[in-house]
Design a protein around this ligand. Sequence first.
Ligand code: HPA
Ligand code: ZN
Length: 324
Amino acid sequence: MPDFIADLPKVELHLHIEGTLEPELVFSLAKRNGITLNYLDESALRAAYEFDDLQSFLNIYYLGMQVLLTEQDFYDLTWSYLSRCHAENVRHVEIFFDPQAHLERKVAMKCMVLGIHRALEQAQKQWGISSCLILSFLRHLSEASAFDTLRLAEPFRHYFSGVGLDSAEKDNPPSKFSRVFKAAKEQGYRLVAHAGEEGPAEYIWQALDVLNVERIDHGVAAINDAPLMARLAKERIPLTVCPLSNLKLKVIQQMSELPIAQFLDAGVCVTINSDDPAYFGGYMNANYQALQEAINLSKADILRLALNGVEACWLDEAEKMVLT
Ligand code: HPA
Ligand code: ZN
């Protein structure tokens, strides 16, 4: 089974590029940028990767990314993730970045975008890995801050395929961003949002009906809402589920609780992704593998999950054919 998973061409649709920052890269970028870290070494930092919930992870996630300052830093970060994709036979990626978290440190939008884009372009040329870039708003910040970010992105509009919504879900409902998502839609962005990770199924309804997103990131809370399950299945609205993330952030207590088999049986377009692999203990193959072992997925189930990824991605039909 590990070979079957490793050899399978895969698509990744839920990945925060800042969440691929491995402790080794944190330390080398800190050194290059003259930043002193509060951790003695890589293993001390890695030892801090024990989380109780989403917020305890976000605290360390925002801390780690402070070493990212220059265009080269964003390039190196993205290139290191894409090298991993190449090694794991991930053929297409749709990746998030969190501009507000870097603007706070006076890093220019241009610097983030050009650094990430240069790596994406090189991976396409060198390895044939295709990609989309998704600008994600931080939902713990204000609507005004999200609007500022959308405005700052305007000169770089052609680098982005869509906008997303991430960070602390509790008490930050999708409806807080209805006007920003409407404005983004008018600028031709495709729309996705994290919903139903720690938040209720109600937030998934809001993401669909108020924000008008076409894909839900996480969405595992849908399992408790039969009418929502029926809607997701009927409209083939994709869920980008992240097994190791859900386990590490205690959304589930054991991998066997993850309702992937139920989603598949119900006809929901569920996909497997790695979210923040440097923090959660594994990239794409590790996510498929941990899930397979926990719920005894068959090869046919795994193939279905990978094909759902192709169906859910933003390539055109001809490009999708190449992946299957
Ligand atoms: N959820 C919310 N915000 C995030 C995540 C996540 O899984 N990863 C990075 N930011
Ligand atoms: Zn995420």
